[in-house]
Structure formats: C-alpha cells, structure tokens
Design a protein around this ligand. Structure first.
Ligand code: ZN
Length: 385
C-alpha cells in the first residue's frame, strides 16, 4: 500500500480549485478546509488513506476475482493482482463487486425518486470506501456525485476523468442504460484507488443525462481550466452483447464514414459482441490504447474517431454524441465514449423492445470492457514507479 503524501491533498484542493464547479450541497464534507471545488470531504475513509489502503483487494494481494458471466463460466482473472503496471492492474477487476452494484442500481430511478437517491448514496459511499474524496455537487436542478483521487506526482494538477450517468427514465430498470456504466465506474475506481497515479483521477456519477446531459454539462461548463482535464472517459451502456450472427446494426451513414470498421463487422458476421469506442481526434490515442488492451484480451473492438469539425455536427454525427462525453467535447476536452453501441444492438433500449434487466446482460463482455478501461485509465493517469 502507498500512502498519499500530504501534498497530495493540497494537490487535490488545487485541482478542485481548477475544476471549480457549481456550488456544493451544504453539509457535504470538506477537505481539511481547503474547500475543494464544489466541496471536498472530510469523509474518514478518504484522504487519510485508510479506506483506499485497506478496502481494496489489491493490498491484500488477492487477485481480482473474475466471478462468472451470465452463463456461469468462471471468468478467473489471469494471474495475480498488482499495482505496478497498467497491465497488472487490469487483473484486479472484481466482477462480483461489479455485479453486486449493478443488481442494486438496476431499478427505476428517475431524478428525485427514492431509488435515485439510494443510487446517489451508493455512488458516494462506494467512492468514499474506495478512498476517493467525495462531494455531492448540486447544480440547481440535480446532483452529481464527484470522487477525487489526488495524483501523487508533479502532474497532480492534471486530471483524468471517468463518468457514468446514474439517472434513468420511468418504468424501466435501466440495467444496461446505465446501471452497467455506473457499476463499472465504481469498480474501476476501486481498482485504481490504491494505484500510485501521478495525475489526479476524478470518477463521477452524473445526474439527469436522460433529460439532456444536464449534470455532465453543468460540470463541464463550470470548469475554470478545461485544459487541466487530460481526457474524459464516458461509460454509458457497457452491459449488452450477443455473439449470434447478424445481431448488430450499423447505420449506413456511419458505415460510409468508417469503412474499415464496416468491413471488420462484415467479416465478423455482424455479431453484436464487440466493444465500441467513439472518440474525438484529441482522445484518439487513448481510444486506440484501450482498443489494443481489449483486443489483447480477445475482444474485438472498434474505434470511431471524429474530427473537431465532426464531433458536434448534429446532423451528420449526432448519433455518436448522445451521451455525457458530448459535454466535454463542447469544452474541447478530449473525450471518449466506451459502450456496447446502445440502441444499435440492445432491443431493450429504454425498455422499447423488452425489459432492460440484469438477466439480459453479458458480464463476460463487461469484464473485458472494465479490464481494458482500467489499463487505459491507469496509462493516461501515468502510473508512478
Ligand atoms: Zn444512458
């Protein structure tokens, strides 16, 4: 276990200062009076390094347990779990922890509803138990949950962000959309919490995405210095896969724009079991790193990169800008969306063609998404040592 240098808290405060966001809910915890942006925390298990140190599987040397996928296959992690390299960290993902959060979250949770609040609290407590500095960021109509893991290096004033929206529509469990993304982000936070990341990691549960990216946009628009955010990852729908041929649709205009991927999907008989990554040109390097890690696990992955002119072109590419990564593109923050292609694959999207429930998901698919993302986030945050 490495302990967080006292300077790291100052770094967190400095970063938070940089990221000064909308006012914070009163009573939210504050970090050692530094008054981090929107508020810091006094949460015990956070900055004191206790939570981070003891809570996570890593320090006890236990490898990430792979658990099982929906069909009971053992998804044991390959090899021991260490914090020395991004690759070793990939083996620390614990699928059982992910499924535990997923199962809790997947129930109707419209903003302001009792389960929305319960999920908000689950985000906050899970991030705090992992050792992050947690704040509830009230931005007027809603509440984001923001966890900050201070960087330990000279780059601590730079931020790598991973976010996922925790709200959903009425009368729909939203297991894929987006309980999978929230549970995934919490597991990535747990794995990385004990890693010596030189840059600061921010893990966020966004509110009101279904109402028009309201929570993430409030956060992004309030950034004082957007250039402090090196890259923003977005998890929205990372749970659904179908290995049967011809289960994946790929709209004509996108196939025309990305002929290489279209050809790959043709060769793959349009099986809906690949990971999709949409990035702007500024985040392409990170996207390609994630792709290489996922394909190293045997999971086909397709990267679609949009230029600066294309990323906010609603008519031509609005289909690829329908989630919280867009809020960061609007501030020219490099951002990527990691997903299962959503409505292009999952018939239960928004419960249109069936119930979006946990039993319809493929945890082996998500296991690969989480492992590849852990590696890519750790690399982007610069692992110390
Ligand atoms: Zn969603």
């Amino acid at each position: 276990m490495h302990a967080r240098a006292p300077g790291a808290l100052a770094a967190a405060a400095a970063v938070a200062g940089l990221l000064a966001c909308a006012s914070t809910e009163p009573g939210a915890t504050a970090t050692e009076g530094s008054g981090t942006a929107g508020s810091g925390t006094a949460g015990s298990g956070t900055t004191a390094g206790t939570g981070a140190g003891v809570g996570t599987g890593m320090s006890e040397g236990s490898g990430g347990s792979g658990g099982t996928n929906g069909s009971g296959d053992d998804l044991g992690a390959a090899g021991g779990c260490e914090i020395t390299t991004p690759e070793a960290l990939m083996a620390c993902v614990d699928l059982d922890r992910y499924v535990d959060d997923l199962t809790f979250i997947a129930a109707p949770r419209t903003p302001g509803s009792p389960h929305w609040l319960a999920v908000q609290e689950r985000c906050a407590s899970a991030l705090e138990e992992a050792g992050l500095v947690v704040e509830l960021e009230g931005y007027g109509s809603g509440t984001n949950v923001i966890g900050v893991l201070p960087g330990v290096g000279a780059e601590a004033d730079e931020v790598v962000l991973l976010g996922a929206h925790y709200d959903h529509i009425a009368a729909c469990d939203g297991a894929d959309d987006n309980a999978s993304g929230v549970a995934g982000a919490l597991e990535v936070a747990r794995v990385l919490a004990a890693a010596p990341l030189r840059r600061t990691l921010v893990v966020a549960c966004w509110d009101q995405e279904e109402l028009g990216l309201v929570g993430s946009r409030a956060y992004a628009q309030a950034l004082v210095d957007p250039s402090a955010v090196v890259v923003a990852f977005n998890f929205d729908m990372i749970g659904y896969a179908d290995p049967a041929p011809n289960t994946q649709t790929f709209p004509g205009p996108l196939a025309a724009r990305f002929p290489g991927l279209a050809a790959e999907l043709d060769a793959h008989e349009h099986r809906a079991d690949f990971i999709a990554v949409v990035a702007d040109d500024l985040a392409e390097g990170v996207a390609l790193d994630l792709e290489a890690r996922a394909e190293g696990l045997g999971r086909l992955t397709g990267v679609m990169t949009l230029s600066a002119a294309e990323k906010l072109d609603e008519d031509a590419f609005g289909l690829l800008a329908q989630s919280d990564h867009r809020s960061f593109w609007e501030r020219d923050v490099p951002a990527l969306h990691v997903f299962d292609t959503g409505v292009f694959r999952n018939p239960a999207y928004h419960c249109f063609g069936g119930a979006d429930t946990v039993d319809t998901l493929d945890h082996a698919f998500t296991f690969d998404v989480l492992r590849a993302t852990v590696g890519a986030v750790a690399a982007a945050a610069a692992l110390d040592g």
